[in-house]
Design a binder for this molecule. Structure first.
Ligand SMILES: [Zn+2]
Length: 296
């Protein structure tokens, strides 16, 4: 793919490095446990307990440092200073999704869930490092991966995730990264068309989640299809996206019990991305219209 001629979106925020809150807290707690041993842990628990009850001013930073939530993430510095290329790339892909979805919405080429969604409204992409305090979804650590917060209509991405994709998930390539952004934008699209309000009769939360995630994959595919000419998306790019979709399937990530799936299997994720990419039609992405869950 080539992003040279693509407009960069200004719906972009650099929050810098976040500390405290969920940011790296789990790792810190783990390091503490492994370093102190059992007796040390008891002692630490007494000390921390005392701090918690007698020094309320220190509660938030304490809970934050332990990764127990409730703590506020303090951000400083700039992500884009050190990850300039990733930031520029993210802005270009975001700009392309805006172009695509504005047109798709204005042509009413969207699945219908109740009321007509009206014009597309741009989401904001927030880049952060380590941890971030969101406006609508509490504090989050990079460990949770990129995510979309419907309450504040922002996408949150730590560019370090692109490294994780390349080395740990073995899903390298610029278009694999673009797919991740487009997938999160897909969740924003779902928010606008009301897909996240749907409750399928007789299905549980995990099953609804799988339908949502597969639809977001398909919508990412629709974006890829529509942006194909402008961004010179080729066969290699498509393979990168499919490799990424495969890598983040619940089964490939180690979940053997299908009932615990929240995102769908590797095969399902590839299929639904492909469906959007081949058709370029969001109405083909209506995972909620598939009656039998097992037929997804
Ligand atoms: Zn998702």
């Amino acid at each position: 793919m080539r992003i040279g001629g693509q407009r960069r979106s200004d719906n972009f925020q650099d929050r810098g490095r976040g500390a405290g809150g969920g940011g790296g807290g789990g790792g810190m707690l783990f390091a503490l446990i492994s370093r102190l041993g059992f007796r040390g842990m008891i002692l630490a628990a007494i000390v921390l307990g005392a701090v918690y009850f007698f020094m309320p001013g220190l509660r938030a930073p304490l809970m934050g440092a332990l990764g127990l939530g409730g703590g506020e993430v303090q951000s400083a510095g700039s992500v884009c200073e050190t990850a300039a290329e990733a930031c520029d790339f993210s802005r270009a892909v975001l700009g392309s999704t805006e172009d695509v979805w504005r047109t798709q919405f204005s042509q009413s080429r969207m699945p219908r869930y109740g009321a007509q969604p009206g014009a597309y409204q741009d989401p904001t992409l927030v880049v952060f490092s380590g941890g971030v305090a969101t406006e609508g979804c509490g504090s989050a650590s990079s460990d949770v991966g990129p995510f979309y917060c419907p309450a504040d209509r922002r996408l949150y991405i730590d560019p370090a995730f692109y490294q994780v994709m390349e080395s740990r998930l073995r899903a390298p390539g610029d278009f694999a990264q673009a797919y991740v952004i487009a997938h999160e934008v897909g969740h924003h699209v779902q928010n606008l068309i009301g897909a996240n309000q749907i409750q399928v009769q007789g299905e549980n939360r995990n099953q609804t989640s799988v339908r949502m995630e597969l639809q977001a994959d398909c919508l990412a595919g629709v974006w890829g299809h529509t942006a194909q000419a402008d961004l010179a998306i080729d066969e290699t790019d498509l393979r990168e996206a499919l490799t990424a979709a495969h890598a983040i399937g619940d089964d490939t990530l180690g979940q053997s019990n299908e009932r615990n799936f929240t995102h769908g299997s590797s095969a399902q994720r590839m299929n639904w991305f492909r469906r959007g990419f081949d058709s370029g039609d969001s109405r083909q992405c209506d995972t909620f219209a598939v009656q039998d869950y097992r037929a997804l």
